[in-house]
Design a protein around this ligand. Sequence first.
Ligand SMILES: Cc1cc2nc3c(=O)[nH]c(=O)nc-3n(C[C@H](O)[C@H](O)[C@H](O)COP(=O)(O)O)c2cc1C
Length: 205
Amino acid sequence: MLISLGPQAFISPAPVLLVGTYDAEGRPNIMTAAWGGICCSQPPCLSVSLRKATWTSRSLQQRQAFTVSIPNRKMVGQADFAGLVSGRHEDKFGTLGLTPQAGEHVDAPFVAECPVVLELLLRHTHELGSHIQFIGEIMDVKVSRDCLTPEGLPDAGRIDALMFSPMSKEYYGMGEFIARASAIGKTIKREAHLERHTDISGDRK
Ligand SMILES: Cc1cc2nc3c(=O)[nH]c(=O)nc-3n(C[C@H](O)[C@H](O)[C@H](O)COP(=O)(O)O)c2cc1C
């Protein structure tokens, strides 16, 4: 039985994204964001929704660019801290011992220690209420060499991304490999198709 919890900002899991920006004085900053994800394939776009009061939201609008660095499970403390303290008052990179590396394609810094980094140019801004949704076009995806498969694709197990559960406010790690996409569903598709076209006696309809 499903129990209604009412209208809530909830999805499970939510990602843990470190949004990187330079402020008006050129100081690098990161903030943690869970309200975000891919929102278009072509052009490749990602959205993050940030409270107006965040230093990041202001910097992002000034510079029209941002990065998203994806922390792994070992970085959980650093990711949490980046979501507790504002870059308005604190050099979070310095306090956390993280390296702000300048984006190659955009005017924003990323976290050199993270296994995955995206560089984005701001394309759309939507005022939604408590949050402003920023949609960025992905100009580049960088993945740490040791997190690539032999075929050169991102290996989710090695990236070992953190996940966030809103409401209970807990972090989780990446689970185990379960199945290949666009393959496991095909067995059901094939069976359903066969069933639809075969009558009870087993004869093809
Ligand atoms: C796990 C986690 C997820 C968060 N997700 C968001 C989010 O999606 N949007 C947002 O505006 N704030 C979010 N926050 C809060 C900001 O990270 C926090 O307000 C931060 O201090 C803002 O930093 P800044 O002022 O340097 O930009 C989150 C915090 C945590 C710990």
